[in-house]
Design a protein around this ligand. Structure first.
Ligand code: 1PZ
Length: 211
């Protein structure tokens, strides 16, 4: 129990959701500007990542709540905005880009979440042994640590000791070593252009991404 129904392949579902987004991110727009990316498919792909929290133990419940609420905000926004650019442009017009709970701010946080998973998988792929502590610590350091205050960093560091082993994680995800490798690699490849694309959306509007 705990890892979803028999026969389900959550890792493949995650990887598959990012493939069309990657294709769209890499396609050239009509002008020098980025091609549009739809909010709905993006938030749907990000919501598939949430299953990983349940596989990583109680320590990550608080991260899950925060991530899921931000993805839900984007899903809700998809009812009023078709593209990520229109969502950013609304906040720019209202001067609410950095405001707590704004769609733009949530988008930047969610982008970090999918980036952390990308680095985590990358690290799992190159790390020997059965512990997830080093891969998870590297991923957190690279993506989130500098954006979080002392208390959160300490809580995350403590949570690293409560992680399952890699074997336990793969079992919950209904994968073996070889199949997991394929799906993780696939996510690493397809998430990268999506992450870069979102960063470029912020850069091209001179909004910065380090806040
Ligand atoms: C094996 C890997 C396990 C490590 C997982 C570590 C996850 C990071 C823990 C982050 C705790 C987040 C607590 C809340 C932080 C919020 O203050 C910030 C800012 O939010 P705002 O002020 O804009 O409302 N939120 C974030 O930084 C987003 C955190 C999302 C965490 C997603 C992690 C995705 C990794 C999943 C791996 C399963």
């Amino acid at each position: 129990g705990g890892g979803g129904a028999e026969g389900e392949k959550p890792l493949r579902r995650i990887a598959e959701a990012f493939e069309p987004l990657a294709a769209s991110a890499k396609s050239k727009g009509s002008s020098s500007s980025s091609p549009p990316m739809e909010v709905g498919p993006f938030s749907e792909a990000c919501s598939r990542v949430s299953i990983l929290f349940g596989c990583l133990g109680f320590a990550f419940k608080f991260a899950e709540k925060d991530y899921v609420s931000k993805v839900e905000d984007l899903a809700e926004a998809s009812k009023s905005f078709s593209t990520l650019q229109s969502l950013l442009d609304l906040d720019i017009g209202q001067n609410t880009v950095r405001q707590g709970g704004s769609h733009s701010r949530n988008l930047l946080r969610v982008k970090r979440g999918i980036d952390m998973v990308r680095v985590l998988f990358e690290q799992i792929l190159v790390t020997e042994g059965n512990s997830l502590k080093d891969p998870a610590s590297v991923a957190y350091e690279k993506v989130f640590a500098r954006h979080h205050g002392w208390a959160i960093r300490k809580a995350v560091a403590a949570g690293m000791y409560a992680l399952p082993t890699k074997a336990q994680l793969l079992k919950k995800l209904n994968e073996d070593e070889a199949s997991a490798k394929i799906q993780m690699q696939s996510y690493v490849v397809s998430s990268a252009p999506v992450i870069l694309y979102i960063e470029e959306l912020f850069h091209s509007r001179e909004l910065g991404i380090d806040w």
